[in-house]
Design a binder for this molecule. Structure first.
Ligand code: ARG
Length: 568
């Protein structure tokens, strides 16, 4: 709102269009310099004048007819800095939050548009790795953020439920798995079988041959193999679903790779019809050398289709069945080339919408300094990570607040929240190093810190008998217009802008960093103000600020996929 006003204010005087102007406006680093700043350096080039001079001249013009929201515009260096009228600013921002509640910050930018997002997508019979955790939590947060911008979001789990690994698993199961109780910890047991298969196959290469045969039998639909495969999927899925439940993530569709088994011929035919297929060493490929990429493998010499073929079928399906305007893929950075190839092939097939396909990549997660490798079972299982996080959270709660009601639920929410937040607070493209102490610290930039601040706000409201659902805006707000309060309120006012950027850039870390800022600003206020003391009317003003802050923090927690707790 304020940015728009600044744009309006400047528009008559400068030769930039609204869009450009809007993009240039900044928040001054030093708050005493103003609330919003317009840098004059871009204009300096076209006008061939010093930016200081332009700032000076603009200040004279603008101050002559200030819009009602502003108090003054002051030139500082090459910037023109705007001061918002504080009492109006506080009233406008707090009223907007109070009125809009949980929909504060939402826009209709994506109204009428559908996004199909591919997230999590773990491989059955291989461990649910930290990479898949990243995909799950980043994908879920992006989905929530897009929903807040009015998009309809279809969350799809592209399970790795097909491929040669099932041949290996069938063989391994027949040899060593018959007496295992697969109902209990199936993923771990399937992983053990998988690892054992690889160890034994090094000594007995004929096992690989058997695995190929078993997979062939599966592809041909032989009853026995199909039944085993189905069982593996079913029990793994049950376990995955338990993890998703813990993480609070839901999907609209579990359509794994096998879902496209009967949709692949059509893709191959279409590629043929469009003269895109070429033979290369017996295989069918799409040549992409003109685009500096290796060929995209579509069909092996034995007729088997590949990962890319399935992704082509899946993209066509999603576009057609969900009427998706955008197709997003939240998958680790190591698959960059794969998606570049798939999107290029779609484009060559003549699909205009290929340019609406985006690979949302992310970096690697190291664990206490260690890189993880799936081979040999050197892998941290997500299940274990979550259990340990909840154990640690329980321990901390036991020390800090042993009489807390619902301790178990709180420990669960805090432990899981720590893991999720730790992942989301970093720019998604960065590699991250996970450290237990860091993630569960109640004072650091962590999930527990945000949840704890939220609980503190709730407790203030309870103690002050403030009921947010029957809130009204106090006549006078002078008790909450000091510098500390204004810093906080102004930041609350930026929420829409943060969500806008987070959805444009598909980057939840902007929301995570923002909510940390809000918590820090609030705690600074809390540490210097006795909120529940003073005249009733004054307390009401302060609690209004508390309630609005709580609304925004709660919304951020929700968008990031963490639980809000009333008490910790
Ligand atoms: N299952 C794959 C893996 O773990 C990720 C699948 C990502 N989605 C896709 N449509 N390719 O590597």
């Amino acid at each position: 709102m304020y940015r728009k006003e600044v744009v309006q204010q400047l528009q008559p005087w400068v030769s930039l269009d609204t869009e450009q102007l809007y993009g240039l406006i900044e928040v001054p680093k030093d708050e005493s310099h103003g609330d919003l700043a317009f840098p004059c350096f871009t204009l300096a080039k076209t006008l061939r004048k010093a930016p200081q001079v332009i700032a000076q001249e603009l200040a004279e013009k603008v101050n002559g007819q200030l819009l009602p929201l502003f108090e003054k515009a002051v030139p500082v260096g090459g910037y023109l800095n705007f001061f918002i009228k504080r009492s109006e600013g506080v009233r406008d921002i707090l009223s907007a939050i109070q009125k809009q509640g949980d929909s504060y910050g939402n826009t209709e930018a994506g109204k009428g548009k559908t996004v199909a997002i591919d997230l999590s997508s773990p491989n059955i019979a291989k461990p649910f790795s930290m990479g898949h955790l990243r995909s799950t939590v980043i994908g879920n947060a992006i989905s929530n953020i897009l929903e807040s911008q009015g998009y309809k979001v279809v969350r799809i789990n592209h399970l790795g439920d097909w491929g040669t690994q099932f041949g290996k698993l069938i063989v391994a199961y027949r040899m060593w798995g018959q007496q295992l109780d697969l109902e209990d910890e199936p993923i771990k047991k399937l992983l053990d079988l998988y690892v054992r298969f690889h160890e034994e196959a090094e000594k007995h290469p004929e096992l690989d041959e058997q695995a190929r045969a078993a997979f062939k039998a599966l592809e041909d639909g032989r009853e026995e193999e199909v039944a085993l495969w189905k069982r593996f999927i079913e029990i793994s899925l049950a376990e995955f679903k338990a993890i998703y439940k813990k993480l609070g993530v839901e999907f609209d569709a579990y359509s794994g790779e096998s879902f496209y088994n009967d949709k692949m011929d059509a893709v191959v035919e279409e590629l043929e019809r469009k003269h895109l297929l070429e033979k290369s060493q017996g295989a069918d490929v799409v040549d992409l050398s003109a685009y500096n990429m290796p060929p995209c493998l579509i069909r092996k010499s034995d007729g088997a289709t590949l990962y890319a073929t399935r992704d082509l079928a899946a993209a066509l399906y999603r576009h057609r069945e969900y009427h998706a305007d955008k197709l997003l893929y939240v998958v680790g950075g190591e698959q960059k080339l794969h998606f570049q190839q798939v999107f290029k092939v779609l484009e060559l097939m003549g699909y205009e919408w290929a340019k609406e396909c985006t690979h949302i990549a992310f970096g690697m997660m190291r664990f206490e300094g260690k890189k993880m490798s799936t081979r040999k079972g050197q892998v941290v299982l997500l299940e274990e990570v979550l259990t340990k996080a909840v154990d640690l959270a329980r321990q901390i709660i036991e020390e800090k607040n042993p009489n807390l009601p619902d301790k178990e639920q709180v420990a669960e929410a805090v432990g899981v929240g720590a893991i999720i937040f730790n992942d989301l607070k970093n720019n998604r493209l960065h590699d991250i190093d996970f450290h237990w102490e860091e993630a569960l610290n109640f004072d650091g930039e962590t999930g527990p810190y945000v949840q704890y601040t939220y609980a503190r706000l709730s407790s203030l409201l309870r103690k002050g008998n403030y009921d947010p659902s029957h809130a009204r805006m106090p006549e006078d707000l002078s008790a909450v217009t000091g510098d500390t309060e204004w810093s906080l309120v102004k930041w609350l006012g930026r929420f829409e802008n943060v969500l806008d950027r987070a959805s444009e850039q598909y980057d939840p870390s902007l929301v995570a960093k923002y909510v940390i800022d809000i918590c820090q600003l609030f705690n600074r206020y809390y540490n210097t103000t006795r909120i529940l003391e003073g005249e009733a009317e004054e307390i009401a003003q302060k609690l209004t600020l508390v309630a609005c802050t709580r609304t925004v923090i709660g919304k951020c927690l929700h968008l990031l996929g963490l639980k809000s707790l009333e008490m910790i």
